[in-house]
Design a protein around this ligand. Structure first.
Ligand code: AMP
Length: 515
């Protein structure tokens, strides 16, 4: 691991990776704890190179806030980053970032609708300071992915908007709040709390938990949910709330009633220490993401799981076929990536998933039904060339996410759990040893009358394919940190399917997420 304090040092280090590797950024103010560690762990598994920035940003502290006494612990931060597999720490000084006098620098001003409520009302200028520094870090590091904690939900919404508004080619990934066993959200500022205060502070998470339970029983009304939280908070007068609100997680505007999702957020003081916490109240059917190497039985298992659970099988392959059809029929050269990106952006692709096992996914392009045509050998032979194009992949991932937003789907691929649906309720990594996959393949080939290849040769071929799939620059095969590995070596298709279904039911019972 390397530590850089200057922009030229870091940029030169990253230049080697820029071309085709994914670069993750985890922006922090240091004093790293297990909340940060969860972001870093995800970054390290999901991207090729991870940079952790450590900078206590003076622009985001108010004049009476704790800038000078904010905890700083570069030595232990360095050790933690190193142990987690971070490639580089970027720890610039304020001078390096050129932010001497806040009056004299270009500021990034997020929309007032996002900054006027919640923490923004109590910390004037805070989010402008965050946005200004994060934009600089984005420009210096130019990451492909950046990780932020849901604990700072307002910051997350503002950064997402910033990336959209400034057309930055950075994907923002949100990580669930990490908590102490008491429920208290882990924070660098928890260090300021005495043992007694720490105990009192658990009332925050406990109150959110009560709202969550009520939400699960069907409560959707603002007034009722806020009243439950307020009543419980009142039991601990040492906690002095600044706000308690129910807002839309993206617009941050107060909502009267939860439709799809609501963000219930609290901030307040215990002694001199300001604490924040929140919970997303969301109800949707689960998303099941099934990733794994080629030949592990993913597509058969995925279809069966969808059928047995009455969920929708999201056929991502049909999407790539649809685009291939579009390109072939437009007369464009299949390697004309820019023209294809433009063509696809202007096209209307409709994927209507099968609602029973007998029928197939209906695919329409610009209103024309191409369900059958996309299965022709002419399309089948070209689809991998189209699927290898970055812009195609990006646009189809966006479409897949839109289709999966309200849940109730099963999807298979190489990077569904890490990239397409990182927030999937159930992630399965379906695998089998290369020898076993070779044996299965040989059996298939022999059944088709195509024997004549040795088991050893097939095993070698499969190992080579695994290596290529894990090291390709676009959508490499990755096991998500929170995926459950299912090795199918000694299992039948039915046993594998049943295992996944059991995991699903178990998750449903526990409602997937709790505080
Ligand atoms: P900070 O160092 O406080 O600026 O935090 C750096 C990043 O870590 C931000 O994206 C935070 O949202 C995230 N973070 C801080 N605490 C937690 C936590 N308990 N769980 C998850 N993420 C967190």
């Amino acid at each position: 691991m390397q530590i850089f304090t200057t922009i030229p040092g870091l940029r030169t280090f990253l230049a080697d990776y820029r071309h085709d590797r994914s670069i993750a950024l985890v922006p922090t103010m240091g004093a790293l704890h297990k909340g940060h560690a969860s972001l870093i762990r995800r970054a390290v598994t999901e991207a090729e190179v991870t940079v952790v920035s450590i900078f206590v940003n003076p622009l985001q502290f108010g004049p009476t806030e704790d800038f000078s006494r904010y905890p700083r612990s570069l030595d232990s931060d360095r050790q933690l980053c190193e142990s987690l597999g971070v490639a580089a720490i970027f720890a610039p000084s304020a001078e390096t970032l050129g932010i001497g006098n806040s009056e004299e620098i270009t500021a990034v001003v997020p929309p007032i609708s996002l900054t006027s409520g919640l923490c923004g009302a109590f910390r004037p200028g805070h989010f402008q300071g965050v946005a200004t520094i994060v934009t600089r870090l984005f420009n210096i590091i130019a990451p492909t992915i950046a990780y932020f904690g849901e604990k700072d939900a307002q910051q997350l919404a503002i950064i997402r908007q910033l990336v959209r508004d400034l057309n930055l080619a950075i994907e923002i990934r949100a990580c669930a709040t990490v908590r102490e066993t008491s429920g208290l959200a882990v924070s660098s500022r928890n260090q300021y709390l005495s043992a007694a205060e720490r105990e009192k502070a658990t009332i925050i998470a406990q109150s959110l938990q009560l709202a969550l339970e009520s939400f699960r029983l069907g409560e959707r009304q603002r007034e009722k949910l806020l009243a439950i939280v307020q009543k419980n908070l009142d039991r601990v007068p040492e906690f002095r709330p600044q706000y308690l609100d129910l807002v839309h997680p993206q617009s941050l505007q107060p909502i009267e009633q939860i439709e799809a999702r609501g963000l219930l957020a609290i901030a307040g003081l215990i002694g001199q220490t300001r604490l924040i916490d929140n919970i997303i109240l969301r109800q949707r059917r689960a998303v099941i993401a099934i990733d794994g190497p080629a030949g592990a039985g993913k597509s058969t298992v995925t279809r069966l799981v969808a059928e047995k659970l009455g969920l929708t099988y999201l056929d991502t392959g049909a999407m790539y076929r649809a685009v291939t059809w579009l390109v072939v029929n437009s007369g464009l050269d299949l390697s004309a990536e820019a023209a294809i990106a433009e063509l696809l952006s202007l096209a209307k692709i409709e994927i209507i998933p099968a609602d029973n096992p007998e029928n197939v996914t209906i695919v329409k392009i610009n209103g024309q039904d191409v369900t059958l045509e996309i299965r022709s050998p002419a399309i089948t032979s070209q689809v991998s060339r189209i699927a290898a194009q970055k812009a195609v992949r990006q646009q189809l991932v966006t479409l897949q996410r839109q289709m999966g937003m309200s849940g109730g789907i099963v999807v298979e691929g190489r990077d569904i759990g890490t990239n397409v649906f990182p927030e999937a309720e159930l992630k399965i990594f379906l695998t089998a040893t290369p020898e076993e996959r070779a044996r299965r393949r040989l059996k298939d080939l022999e059944a088709q009358g195509n024997g004549g290849i040795s088991l050893a040769e097939l095993t070698q071929e499969i190992e080579k394919r695994d290596y290529l799939d894990s090291n390709r620059s676009l959508a490499p095969l990755r096991k998500a940190a929170d995926a459950i590995e299912v090795n199918t070596d000694h299992l039948t298709i039915t046993e594998v399917t049943e295992k996944i279904i059991a995991l699903y039911h178990q998750g449903e019972e526990n409602q997937w997420r709790s505080l």
